[in-house]
Structures are given as structure tokens and as C-alpha cells.
Design a protein around this ligand. Sequence first.
Ligand SMILES: *Cc1c(COP(=O)(O)O)cnc(C)c1O
Length: 390
Amino acid sequence: MPSQNPVFIPGPTNIPDHLRAAMNMQTMDHRAPDFVKALAPVLEDLKKVFKTEDGQIITFPSTGTGGWEAAVTNTLSAGDKVLIARYGMFSHRWIDLCQRHKLDVEIIECEWGTGAPADLFAERLKADSKHEIKALLVTHNETATGVLSDIAAVRGAMDGANHPAMLYVDCVSSLASMDFRMDEWGVDLAISGSQKGFMLAAGMAIVAVSPKALAAMDSADLPRTFFDFRDMMQANAAGGYPYTPPLQLIFGMRAALDMLLEEGVENVFARHHRLAEGVRRAVAAWGLELCAKTPDLYSDSVSAIYVPEGFDSNVLTNHIYDTYDVSFGIGLGEMAGKAFRIGHLGALTDVMVLSGLATVEMGMKDLDYPIELGQGVAAAQEYFRNTAGK
Ligand SMILES: *Cc1c(COP(=O)(O)O)cnc(C)c1O
């Protein structure tokens, strides 16, 4: 029997039936007036989710990684110095991408489980009196460790140092599930994708670009063709795409935006916080530790959980998959074998989260973890009961 079980990986996320239906559509001529009418309001409404008025929204048939590549190649030149802190698998992969594009990447190594080091950024930017650093690249929600970084603090560090570098933020696993404020935080390039908070299939990269970043295109000489912002903006202004648009995803995005805006983005964030807190209560009841070092770093979209000494987290996630047909996130990079992840973003309810926690408990019990069945579930139930409808 095909499984109806939800996934608990931190993206791609569960697709609500309503959005699956919205993506199930017959081919339409993308040069016809109906498509032209459909695209512009989607781009306009995406601004509300990024909380930007000045930003330009650009979409590509791609994923988040393509959004990074587009952001970098449209605004920087080979040899440009960029500053990046490495505190997880995604900040690591962003560093790799910049290095392959021959940027001069200055890396601040941070312990995994910590977030963007605003104090170290401030120090480094103050020392850069010649303003050689062109950009700071920050991962808002480090999906490998379940750490949410304080982007306002990073902006504060940049302003405090009076430094003109641009701020690039990866918000792939935070946008539309946790608060993001492009204009208020002075973000120049914000990068996201369709398959996490937007609850859609993978295949659309979404980049929000500040006027300053658009101006940087004049001198940026990294090669770009498919990902050229200007080609896309010109075509979008005429109601189209410079090549074949991902029609199903654009109509899916229309439906996803309607869902998110109807619930209200602040309510969406509150729902994510509550579900995440239920998961954290369960983790505490199991006597386990989160990778995120301190509560101010806790992510509301994913929790990375250390398994006890002597256990292998990949054995646990494999066992749960084989036995109960439910997927949880494996430990990535430095966390391989040490931690598993519960993705709790997108279309999720109390009931779904409780089923996930119950499944983790069965898996752990099967493998002789020092836990009791019901321990974590009860803690989450208690929390959900006491906060339901409030
Ligand atoms: C998922 C994710 C990405 C991008 O992955 P794609 O598979 O290319 O969409 C980038 N950064 C973070 C933090 C992510 O969680």
C-alpha cells in the first residue's frame, strides 16, 4: 500500500493536497495573456513574505543552490573578497560555491551548533579600513544543526563598523516559516526555494534583490547567462520569462501564497514556534540534547538532536525508515552518526508532530535507547493541550 505517512525531513516538506492540485495543470502557452496576468501578482505577493518594498523578486527554474549561484554571479567579480562564517553544512556549501567561482573567501570557523558570529564580524569589518570585503554571506537557518542566526545583529555589526559590504542571506529553510525582514535588516540578496516553507515541489529558486545589489551588477563580471537577473527582469516586465517558465510551480506558488497570506504570516510563524516547542519538550523528556547550543539559537523549522554516546543516529533513521516507513533527517557533515533531525516546517499540525514523535520513540525503543515509550509524546501532548487555540 502506498504510504500516507508525512515526512519529517527539513525539506522538501509535505505538500498539502490543495497545493498538489494547484500544481496539477495542463500545459498553457506561456506567451498567452492568461500567463502574463498570473505571473506579476505572484512576484508582488512574494514581497510580503520577504517583508520588502524596495526589493526586486526574481525567480528561476532551479533550487536554492541555483539561487545562491545567481546571487553571487550577478553581483560579484572574480577575486572579490567575501566573508563567511562556517557553522554547518549549508554555510559550508555556500563557501564551496564561492570558491569555485574564484572569489577570495575569508572564512570564520565556528563550532557547529552556534550561529552567525556578529561580534567576530564586527571585529573583522572594523579592521577592513580599505573596504576590501565586498560581501558578507550568512545562512539564516542552518538546517544541518537547527540553528537560527540573528540577522539584525549582523546588520548591527556592519553598521557599527560603517562598512559598505553587501549582506547576502540564505533563507531557504526559514522563509515562510520564521520571521524574515529583508528591508528592516538591510539584506541585499535573500535566497529561498519552493520546497520548504512554501510547501511546494522543488524547482523554483526565489531571490529578492535590493536596489544596491541591482546597482552592483554594473561592475560585476562573473559570467552568467541562464541566471542573469537583467534578462529575467526584462522578460518579467513584459509578463514573461526569458525561457520556458516552470508553469506548474508558478501556479502552485499562487496557491501557496494565498494559503500563507490567508493564515497570516505572523500566525504561520506562531504555529511553527508552537510545533517546534512541542518537539523540544519531547527532546528534553527523552533526556537528549539539541545541537543548538542555547535557546536563543533554537530553530522553529528543524531540530537537530544528539543521540546518546554509543549510539549511531544514522542507524536510528535507517531503522525507522525500514520499519515504520517514515523519514527523518540524517546527520549531515560533522553531525553524521551523532545527530538526527526532525523537520517541523511547512504544512504540519499537532497531530502530525505527535505521530512523528511517537515513531521516533518506537525506533529508539527498538534499538535499546534509554527512553520509555510515551515519554516525549506525553511532554508534547501536555504542551499542545495547554496551548491549543491560544
Ligand atoms: C535546503 C537548503 C538549501 C538549498 O538546497 P536546494 O536543494 O538547492 O534547494 C540551501 N540552504 C539551506 C539552509 C537549506 O536548508
